[in-house]
Design a protein around this ligand. Structure first.
Ligand code: ZN
Length: 291
């Protein structure tokens, strides 16, 4: 059996075909332009293989509510040609097979929970910190979606008393994403995160914001493990800072696993999203609509 996976990002789409061992057999990368233009080469790519199901992890926000009239749409993205685009519909018109549809973050989190650094746990909170911040929660093999998918990046947080950066979320100004995403770091310090690697104050402040978010996720969801991915988390020195601040902020209020185990980087590196799509495609076999 072969599976198709699409990791749909704001700048590029990656499509891959994988086998039942989740081994990637072939893949292509297509720049994100207009929907038809981007999907056409992906259809041609998949058509070379006899695939049985497709899993999609898409940038969003997207509609994941199967009872909604706009299920499968990308909704309020600032990318105008993708706004209100029926992504799931375009795929299901082309492919008469199960198609799993979720966010890019949920797909990556799912892969981490099955094959990555949360393997063997019952529940995993996955957070990506990069161009944006997004999170997903996987509990006993199920991705948490309710009225819609969570938007964990836009949590309201306490500003550090010495931080004068206004924040850059177009909706909330100084929410978590507005204060701690890659673009927020760059705007605050005038350099990209990667160029600030040797400046401890940058990462202390970053850890202060991320630790607050992890405390909130811990209190609400009580996950067994937290996995942190995305470009900013490639600064490995930040993990210990986050663990220290997390401990200070939580103040022992609830029991959590040993922090080196509890808060970990991704295990599948940049492949979490695409492997997540393959895993979700496999999971969707036997269902009309996955998730
Ligand atoms: Zn926001």
């Amino acid at each position: 059996m072969l599976f198709g996976s699409i990791e749909a990002g704001g700048t590029k789409f990656i499509a891959a075909v994988g086998d039942e061992q989740m081994k990637i057999i072939d893949s292509i990368t297509v720049p994100t332009t207009k929907p038809e233009e981007t999907l056409e080469p992906i259809f041609s790519f998949f058509d070379q293989y006899s695939i049985d199901a497709i899993g999609v992890g898409s940038f969003g926000p997207i509609d994941v509510n199967e009872d909604s009239k706009t299920f499968g749409y990308i909704t309020s993205t600032p990318k105008t040609s993708w706004k209100n685009f029926n992504f799931f519909g375009s795929l299901s018109k082309h492919y008469d097979m199960p198609i799993a549809w979720t966010t890019d973050v949920n797909a990556a989190g799912y892969a981490e929970s099955v094959m990555g650094n949360a393997k063997g746990t019952q529940s995993c909170l996955y957070l990506t910190v990069g161009t944006g911040i997004g999170g997903g929660f996987i509990n006993q093999g199920h991705i948490l979606n309710a009225y819609s998918h969570p938007e964990m990046g836009h949590l309201l947080i306490k500003r550090h008393p010495s931080d004068t950066f206004v924040g850059n979320c177009p909706f909330h100004t100084d929410c978590l994403e507005g204060m701690a995403s890659g673009p927020a770091v760059e705007k605050r310090w005038g350099k990209k995160g990667i160029e600030l690697a040797d400046q401890p104050n940058v990462w202390e402040l970053e850890a202060y914001y991320l630790a607050q978010a992890l405390v909130s996720y811990t209190l609400i969801l009580r996950p067994e493990r937290i996995i942190l991915g995305g470009g900013i988390m490639k600064q490995k020195q930040i993990f210990q800072l986050i663990r220290e601040q997390f401990e200070q902020m939580l103040k022992g209020y609830v029991a959590v696993p040993d922090l080196d185990t509890y808060i970990q980087p991704v295990g599948l590196n940049d492949q979490a999203g695409i492997i997540g799509g393959l895993l979700l495609a496999e999971k969707s076999i036997g269902k009309i609509k996955a998730l």
